[in-house]
Design a protein around this ligand. Structure first.
Ligand code: HEC
Ligand code: HEC
Ligand code: HEC
Ligand code: HEC
Ligand code: HEC
Ligand code: HEC
Ligand code: HEC
Ligand code: HEC
Length: 420
């Protein structure tokens, strides 16, 4: 707590000054907005800020006073919260959530899809608006006509109640950690861990019954710095010692555009990946996160059990990599033989995962992308979130099916070219 809060406290010592200040500027916002947007005022009143005189103008400034000058209201970014919540801000700034906006914008796909799906708060931008934006990033958004999404903190402590209890509920994570390529909500909520949580929530298990939430494992002791060992892409450096695994990884890194498919040398994209912390780059960085996680499991399980469980997750990644590499090579051979033409925006005649479904119009590329993004993710994420069905039917089994489809399609494509 610093600056503004301290000065507000100082002021409140002189009760007269405080009352005058509150009546003069704050009553106006609240009175008028009680008519204009009553739900917002009620929500603010339900939270701690209203009890602590953190009023509308503390966050929005006092330049806007009526209907005609609404554009003068300040839209508070995280720095405004930091004035009073420095620790949470500093922790957040070091975590992965702070890279959401930057990593989204670092992908080529972001710049070929409609703006509504980026700046508009639905699609990619609906989940990736987390992260402190630079003034240049904010200006770019405003220039396109998008005024909101300046604050990351209200993604878990939804405005205007800004509640800690809400943020502690796993539902606070659901909007983003669900669906196609990261169904952590679905996996956790139908696992034993989630079952326990829901039964306990209904009061059928005692208060001290063991039931880990997302927050328990990923925000230990309320720490806002979030990061895991494998992360989203499920790749890391240096390459594994196992020869076959290392070869499979090289193939995947080529399809991610991080290694040049012709020379095997790192491309400029590796720098992008480093800049947004997309993968752990050293053994130590990976181990630190893994050990932190074991520390969480140990609260309820034996250490040996926890290590064995997570090691199984690692070895299933190795096996998914082998299936995926075979599929990539099948499609890459079609590029090599000129059966698929290099799309104009691609750097190489090779599959490029970072164009997502915009694969230059080739269906086999889309099946390959789905194998990587949907089914490989599900297979290993389900191991870490202890979900039997996602691991097999929605994950591994689908990868096997994808590979068969890719081979069949490749055969048909080659036959068609021969006929023509
Ligand atoms: C006389 C009525 C009135 C008063 C007083 C008033 N507002 Fe507003 N406010 C409005 C109206 C009307 C809008 C526009 C609503 C709309 O676009 O539908 C608005 C919009 C806003 C917005 C949204 C701005 C945006 O960019 O969309 C914020 C934030 C806001 N007011 C905060 C405040 C604060 C803080 C105060 C006190 C300092 C305040 N208001 C005082 C009527 C008022
Ligand atoms: C603790 C800081 C804080 C306080 C206090 C606060 N707001 Fe906000 N408000 C925000 C944030 C954060 C946003 C979202 C900004 C963005 O998306 O860029 C916002 C957005 C808004 C908006 C525009 C979006 C919408 O949903 O219409 C209005 C209007 C608004 N606030 C009104 C109010 C009013 C009225 C009060 C007082 C009752 C108030 N705010 C108090 C932080 C605050
Ligand atoms: C002027 C100071 C000030 C500003 C600015 C401010 N807060 Fe607070 N906030 C407080 C105080 C005081 C409390 C109550 C502290 C307590 O009870 O421990 C609080 C409590 C909270 C809590 C805990 C609520 C609970 O249910 O226990 C959250 C979360 C929070 N603020 C988030 C925010 C966010 C997000 C912003 C920016 C949009 C913000 N605050 C801006 C002073 C501020
Ligand atoms: C439903 C919310 C949601 C949507 C929509 C979404 N993402 Fe994500 N994205 C996430 C989440 C959550 C993660 C982290 C998942 C994990 O680690 O398992 C993530 C991870 C990523 C990553 C990897 C970040 C890293 O460093 O690990 C990139 C890059 C990315 N998304 C880009 C995009 C792009 C581009 C789009 C749109 C084409 C998009 N996302 C759509 C929620 C979303
Ligand atoms: C029992 C502990 C635990 C719970 C509960 C838990 N996770 Fe995880 N989570 C893990 C482990 C373990 C990993 C993998 C860590 C590693 O890479 O070593 C992980 C990884 C992740 C990742 C990175 C990608 C991935 O899936 O491997 C995200 C994002 C994530 N969890 C989000 C969530 C969300 C959201 C919830 C709640 C719906 C949740 N987790 C519940 C333990 C947990
Ligand atoms: C990913 C979700 C998430 C985001 C984003 C987030 N928080 Fe939190 N925050 C939480 C959770 C969960 C807790 C409760 C931690 C606990 O007590 O175990 C919390 C607690 C808090 C508290 C109360 C601390 C206390 O000791 O009572 C404050 C204040 C707070 N957050 C401010 C912020 C600010 C400021 C930001 C933005 C920089 C932010 N939070 C972003 C999830 C989040
Ligand atoms: C508004 C959307 C949103 C919400 C809400 C959200 N997250 Fe995230 N989360 C993301 C995105 C986007 C990323 C990937 C950020 C990036 O680009 O690096 C992410 C990344 C993560 C990671 C890091 C995975 C890795 O790569 O190591 C963890 C862990 C995580 N989130 C846990 C949580 C938990 C726990 C909650 C709820 C308390 C939560 N998130 C709420 C969007 C969200
Ligand atoms: C807050 C307590 C708690 C934490 C922390 C926790 N678990 Fe659990 N876990 C349970 C409970 C309770 C069960 C159900 C009873 C049992 O199987 O022991 C369970 C069950 C499991 C199961 C077996 C599921 C089944 O269907 O039999 C696995 C595997 C597991 N946990 C792995 C982990 C891993 C790995 C971690 C750390 C990433 C972890 N757990 C963290 C409480 C916890």
């Amino acid at each position: 707590m610093k600056k503004k809060w301290i000065s507000a406290l100082g002021c409140s010592l002189a009760m007269i000054c405080f009352t005058a200040l509150a009546l003069a500027s704050e009553e106006a916002c609240i009175t008028c907005h009680r008519d204009i947007s009553p739900g917002q005022v009620a929500d603010w009143e339900s939270g701690k800020h209203s009890k602590e005189d953190v009023t509308c103008s503390v966050c929005h400034g006092d330049r806007h006073t009526g209907a005609k000058d609404a554009h003068l209201a300040q839209l508070p970014d995280e720095h405004v919260c930091a004035d009073c919540h420095e620790e949470a801000f500093d922790q957040f700034a070091k975590g992965k959530h702070n890279f959401g906006w930057t990593s989204m914008n670092a992908l080529p796909i972001t710049h070929v899809e409609p703006d509504e799906l980026m700046e508009g708060g639905r699609g990619c931008g609906g989940c990736h608006n987390m992260g402190i934006k630079s003034e240049a990033q904010k200006k770019e958004q405003r220039d396109k006509g998008y005024r909101y999404q300046n604050n990351s903190c209200d993604e878990c402590h939804t405005r205007h109640s800004f509640s800690k209890k809400e943020a502690l509920d796993p539902k606070a994570c659901q909007q983003c950690h669900m669906g196609y390529d990261h169904p952590q909500w679905e996996m956790w909520s139908s696992s034993k861990h989630g079952t326990r949580y829901f039964v306990k929530e209904k009061g059928k298990l005692p208060e001290n019954a063991a039931a880990p939430t997302c927050q328990f494992c990923h925000m230990p002791d309320g720490n806002h710095t979030n990061k895991t060992a494998w992360g989203f892409l499920g790749v890391r450096l240096p390459l594994p010692e196992d020869k076959q695994w290392a070869a499979d990884r090289v193939t995947i890194l080529k399809a991610l555009g991080v290694l040049n498919p012709e020379t095997g040398e790192p491309t400029a994209r590796l720098e992008v990946i480093k800049a947004v912390d997309l993968a752990r780059l050293t053994k130590e960085a990976w181990h630190t996160e893994r050990e932190n996680m074991i520390g969480r499991c140990k609260q309820c399980h034996s250490e040996a059990y926890a290590r064995e469980q997570l090691a199984m997750g690692d070895s299933i990644i190795q096996k998914t990599d082998h299936l995926l590499a075979e599929a990539i090579e099948t499609v890459a051979a079609l590029y090599q033989d000129g059966i698929i033409k290099k799309p104009e925006n691609y750097a190489f005649a090779y599959p490029d995962f970072l164009y997502f479904m915009q694969t230059g119009g080739s269906y086999i590329d889309q099946v390959l992308f789905q194998m990587y993004m949907k089914h490989r993710m599900r297979t290993y994420q389900a191991f870490f979130h202890v979900n039997p069905d996602y691991a097999y039917w929605y994950g591994w089994a689908m990868m096997v099916k994808d590979l068969a489809e890719i081979k069949e399609l490749a055969k048909a494509m080659r036959a068609t070219v021969k006929m023509e």
